[in-house]
Design a binder for this molecule. Sequence first.
Ligand SMILES: [Zn+2]
Length: 359
Amino acid sequence: MLRCNITSPSVDTVILRGQISDMRGTDLLVPRPEGLHCPAGGFHIDPIRPVDRALVTHAHSDHATGGHGAVLATRETLDIMAIRLGEAMPAVREVARFGVPMAVGGVSVTFHPAGHVLGSAQIAVERAGFRVVASGDYKRRPDPTCAPFEPVPCDVFITEATFGLPVFRHPEPLAEIGRLLASLDQFSDRTHLVGVYALGKAQRVIRLLRDAGYDAPVYLHGSLRRLCDYYAERGVRLGALADATVARGTARDFAGTVVLGPPSAFAATWVRRFADPLVAFASGWMQVRARARQRGVELPLVVSDHCDWTELTETIAEVGPSEVWVTHGREEALVRWCTLAGLPARPLHLVGYEDEAAD
Ligand SMILES: [Zn+2]
């Protein structure tokens, strides 16, 4: 297999693998309403409706649904799916190991780390030397709570575009956590309530706090406990965690502490149990001031588990595909960037991938 290296949009003299092969991406993967379908392999990737055989990139609820005949995913993704889906978790489960090719139907499938959340994977589908990589959700920033993204050279790269507009530039996450710690110093009587999604963001924020030197207990809304414990079981060091229950104490007990909760809890009476709460929210969307205001967020923290615009375009250049498919998010701008770079690209218009992963 030849490799193509696109280092900048202006480079157009590379040898493109797709041009020397009779195969096309659509010979391997076809977008369907239920998800990306591989007819030759007899499976779907991240299907949103029940199918016979599902290959799942990661356990966010918009990618990992239940009711399938069988599911193939990494150990961590299977475990987290089982925790979240309960009885809807498919009984037939196969474990994929990073970098180990598996024959699935008439194709070869290999999982590679995506750097998004614990267990998250890109799925490479290959036949006759032609490779399509479905990257799922991914990010490039260092994150000690999961394995780092691995660039996989391919003929067709399927990329998300959650933050696929040039205006999106994520700041350094440790600097954002530094703003939270500065606020704790300044408003030491206030409970700092931080909105986080349960899978990935909660654990990453805790870990960032530890990396920034914060060693006090971090208090958790009950819905975050199970996944935090699972991360710890898998060797992710989160430090002391405690339950944010006021049943045995008073609201004053939480003055000057960090309490993490899911965004849904912030709309409920849960928030009112804390002393003079200061509401923060950790999400890539917090760089959109209007979103922070809509949510009543006093301290927006821009911490994302997705690539920003620079990282998306640099990743496309690095994996060097001869064609790009763009899905869930700002598809059109990234398609246009590829086209200007001389790289064939198309939006997939898959629906249903917007939920909790879009942060
Ligand atoms: Zn996700």
